[in-house]
Design a protein around this ligand. Structure first.
Ligand code: BES
Ligand code: MN
Ligand code: ZN
Length: 489
């Protein structure tokens, strides 16, 4: 499926299906002027007969003289119509279109003067929602032609003043799709090696990107004892992907994004229970969101330098695996008593965070499916946010609100940090039953003292369970919005 901007008025559009939004108050539906007389008349009749009132969520399909479907969607009252409503409405319509046989759809849902949504934001929301709804995972399915997903072309009504918004949103959409692909791809295929190869392709497709992949030997030499302790039970060797995007002067300090890339988390010797263990293939969604954000940055020619650091490791139990009680030395020199091998994310991240310091970053954001406790605290609506810098935390919170991909901040007080005390090493890798999301972040905080840092716990937001099981692409919208705001774009 590809996204296009269209400047044609609705009545000139050649798509199989044209979608327009209609408010309850017919006087506010000026853009129906863009339809031809026949369709305008049909709409008027519907309003007069009251079988279509423009009530929010209502939908009716009309046909133009040449058989084109014109889907009219009720938007309710302009005063109450929110950004979320526009996103959800678009998502619903495109989901239906993607489930029908139509190959192309043109969306005029943003072609209104909204009271609560500016034109650029409306174009962005419609573009993002449409792409999200049209996404299909088909990489490992062999299906009959008949069932094959048909929707190939989505057009979004765009005028010259929001052409840039469309361009940025389609870049974001591409990054979100990359993240969803990586998340959904199965753990036998989505190995550290595969992620490294995927990142190499991103770099080769864009002149502004550079790639460096550290192997086990190099990690050993740098003293990444914590990361290697997680890797040592698996036959799949670890890889540290370093993907840089250079969109600004080379002397400008980069923003570093560090993503947890556990390609499968069995828990190790502290083995997880069997139920739903397949979902631990998503334990690399932090890594996937970093690569997705860099894809989006490159697509939209973001005017910033960004370095993505992605430690990729499989956490397995075996004769060579780490045992509870083992003590390792991290790259920072600090020693760690591994009391639970299932608290592995922080072990690979602490070495990646120390390594990030080498790039003299202006800020570091790590993204990780780190704790089940975060799912208990915030559910799937908000990402957990913890930071040693109030300004950075606020910038991320704002970017979350502006992109509909929200985060909620939790404290990093020293009282919580005390829970990490070990009798035998500088720290333990777990902090007891209480405040699991915070103690995990406190652990990371011991490796991020030299720069501005924020941690995003995406355990609840990176994927959906149940019937709609699948990667969501979060928090790419928040991260990309944050970067755009940093770049003043
Ligand atoms: N990858 C998990 C966190 C997770 C669990 C994400 C469930 C999404 C859903 C992480 O590696 C983990 O196992 N964390 C443990 C930490 C505990 C041992 C301190 C957890 O949350 O139970
Ligand atoms: Mn774990
Ligand atoms: Zn994990």
């Amino acid at each position: 499926m590809s996204l296009y901007a269209t400047e044609h008025p609705a009545h000139q559009n050649k798509a199989d299906q044209v979608v327009i939004g209609l408010f309850k108050d017919q006087n506010k539906n000026q853009h129906t002027e863009a339809l031809n007389d026949n369709l305008q008349k049909q709409i008027e009749d519907r309003f007069n007969n009251k079988d279509f009132t423009g009530r929010s969520g209502q939908q009716v399909t009309l046909f133009s003289e040449n058989g084109q479907q014109v889907v009219c969607v009720g938007l309710g009252d302009n005063d109450d119509f929110s950004a979320t409503a526009l996103y959800d409405t678009t998502h619903k319509v495109v989901t239906a279109a993607a489930g029908s046989r139509c190959q192309s759809v043109a969306l005029y849902l943003n072609a209104h003067t909204f009271k609560n949504i500016d034109a650029e934001q409306a174009t962005k929301l419609v573009t993002l929602a449409a792409s999200h709804a049209a996404y299909r995972y088909e990489d490992t399915k062999s299906f009959k032609e008949d069932n094959k997903h048909q929707l190939e072309r989505i057009e979004v009504a765009t005028e010259s003043n929001n052409a840039e918004a469309f361009r940025l949103a389609s870049g974001m959409a591409k990054g979100i799709n990359a993240t969803r692909h990586l998340g959904n791809y199965p753990p036998n295929l989505c190995t550290p090696k595969y992620i490294a190869k995927y990142a190499t392709e991103i770099a080769h497709n864009d002149d502004s990107c550079e790639i460096d992949i550290l192997n086990k030997k190099q990690m050993k030499k740098m003293g990444m004892g914590a990361l290697l302790a997680v890797a040592q039970g698996s036959h799949n060797k670890p890889k540290m992907v370093v993907l840089s995007y250079n969109g600004a002067d080379s002397h400008k300090d980069p923003i570093a994004l560090v993503g947890k890339g556990i390609t499968f988390d069995t828990g190790g010797i502290s083995l997880k229970p069997g139920a739903n263990m397949d979902e631990m293939k998503y334990d690399m969604c932090g890594a996937a969101s970093v690569l997705g954000t860099l894809t989006a940055a490159a697509e939209s020619q973001l005017a910033l330098n960004v370095v993505g650091i992605v430690p990729c490791v499989e956490n397995m139990p075996s004769g060579s695996a780490t045992k509870p009680g083992d003590i390792v030395t991290s790259m920072s020199g600090q020693t760690i008593e591994i009391l639970n091998t299932d608290a592995e994310g922080r072990l690979i991240l602490c070495d990646a965070l120390t390594y990030a310091g080498r790039f003299k970053p202006s800020a570091v954001v790590d993204i990780a499916t780190l704790t089940g406790a975060c799912v208990m605290a915030l559910g799937s609506h908000a990402t957990g946010l913890l930071s040693n810098d109030d300004e950075l935390a606020e910038q991320l919170e704002t970017a979350g609100v502006n992109s509909g991909d929200r985060a909620w901040r939790l404290p990093l007080w020293k009282e919580y940090d005390k829970q990490l005390k070990s009798n035998f090493a500088d720290m333990a890798n777990i902090g007891g039953r209480e405040a699991g999301t915070i103690t995990a972040a406190c652990f990371l905080g011991r490796f991020t003292k030299n720069y501005r840092w924020a941690h995003l716990d995406i355990a609840g937001t990176a994927w959906n369970s149940g019937a709609n099981k699948g990667a969501t692409g979060r928090p790419v919208p928040m991260l990309m919005q944050f970067l755009l705001e940093q770049a003043g774009q």
